[in-house]
Design a protein around this ligand. Structure first.
Ligand code: PLV
Length: 322
């Protein structure tokens, strides 16, 4: 078995984003992972630790954790069952099947699918692969920051990290990565869409909050409750985390601009982070005194995602731009 399943992704300078920001912007291209997103880092690590002697894995997912679990299971020679909600587009169901997984559609949003996956793990004796809430996932995701540090070279430190938050696994992993390379003084900008904003809601309420529903089209950000650890990080004062929201329209506009300028198609979950640059959120946060002036390049985690193709992009345009 290989040492790990993820690849060392490119760190690219974005001319278009750098021009907008007036400072160098680097893109960590997690979209180029074999499963289409960063999720493979944590899930590969977790499966290597927990599933070596398993009879199979079961993963609840909006799509991308499932893609990673299906890919890793196939490489490990294990059967994979992926439980997705009905809100996941058919194209992702097909892509999961193409990875060799058995797909079960259960409930309306990810939380429903998760309940079914937990039940299956219990009754069928399968290894449960969570999409965002597990220390092994965070440990795996942390490797992306170590790679960035190696790519930037000694003495260069990002001025801020920009990423998306769904259930908070990426955030926890990046924070662990920042700690590993002694970059805890680098602020993190944590983006969600309105209607998939469980992290922002928890910060505002001062406690974990369960959203009534997921109304955003960024379905892969659609956990109703953020993981406890992400919330604890936001309260610890150890690191500056700026939580901000964009509309679905802004996230979609960002997906389209990124496609035009960088020639890469990502899903809405990723567009939420990109919109912080394309919709001028970052200078606004600085004007409001919520984000300090950047003392180094902006690092954007391009988390990627498989729930998108030209047809799905048209569907989203029809829903959001009419
Ligand atoms: N998606 C999870 C959870 O969905 C999943 O099952 O795939 N960017 C992309 C492309 C993602 O797929 C996700 C998570 C995120 C960002 C956010 O990562 P998180 O959940 O670790 O904060 C409900």
């Amino acid at each position: 078995m290989p040492e790990h399943f993820h690849i060392n992704t490119p760190l690219l300078e974005s001319v278009g984003m750098s021009k907008r920001m007036g400072t160098t912007v680097y893109l960590k291209m997690e979209n180029s992972q074999p499963s289409g997103s960063f999720k493979i880092r944590g899930i590969g690590h977790l499966c290597q630790q927990l599933a070596r002697r398993s009879k199979g894995v079961v993963c609840s997912s909006g799509g991308n954790a499932g893609m990673a679990a299906a890919y890793v299971a196939r490489k490990m020679g294990l059967p994979a069952t992926i439980v997705v909600p009905s809100s996941s587009p058919p194209l992702v169901v097909q892509r999961l099947r193409d990875q060799g997984a058995t797909v079960q559609i259960s409930g309306k949003v990810w939380d429903d699918a998760n309940a079914e996956a937990l039940r299956l793990a219990e009754t069928e004796g399968l290894t449960f692969v969570p999409p965002f809430d597990h220390p092994l996932l965070w440990e795996g995701h942390a490797s992306m920051v170590a790679e960035v540090s190696a790519s930037l070279g000694a003495g260069v430190k990002p001025g801020a990290v920009l990423l998306s938050v769904g259930g908070g696994g990426l955030l926890c992993g990046v924070l662990q990565g920042l700690k590993d390379v002694s970059w805890m003084d680098v602020p993190v900008i944590a983006m969600e869409t309105v209607g998939a904003d469980c992290f922002n809601a928890a910060i505002k309420a001062g406690k974990l909050v369960t959203l009534d529903d997921i109304t955003s089209e960024a379905k892969c950000l659609g956990a109703k409750t953020v993981c406890q650890r992400a919330f604890e990080h936001s309260r610890s004062g150890e690191v500056t985390i700026v939580s901000e929201l964009v509309t679905d329209q802004e996230a979609l506009h960002a997906v389209q601009t990124f496609l035009d300028e960088e020639r890469v198609l990502v899903e809405m979950a990723c567009g939420a982070a990109l919109a912080a640059v394309y919709s001028g959120i970052i200078p606004r946060l600085q004007e409001e005194g919520r984000l300090p002036a950047l003392r180094g390049p902006l690092l954007v985690i391009v988390c990627g995602g498989s729930s998108i193709n030209v047809e799905q992009l048209d569907v989203l345009k029809g829903k959001l731009q009419s």
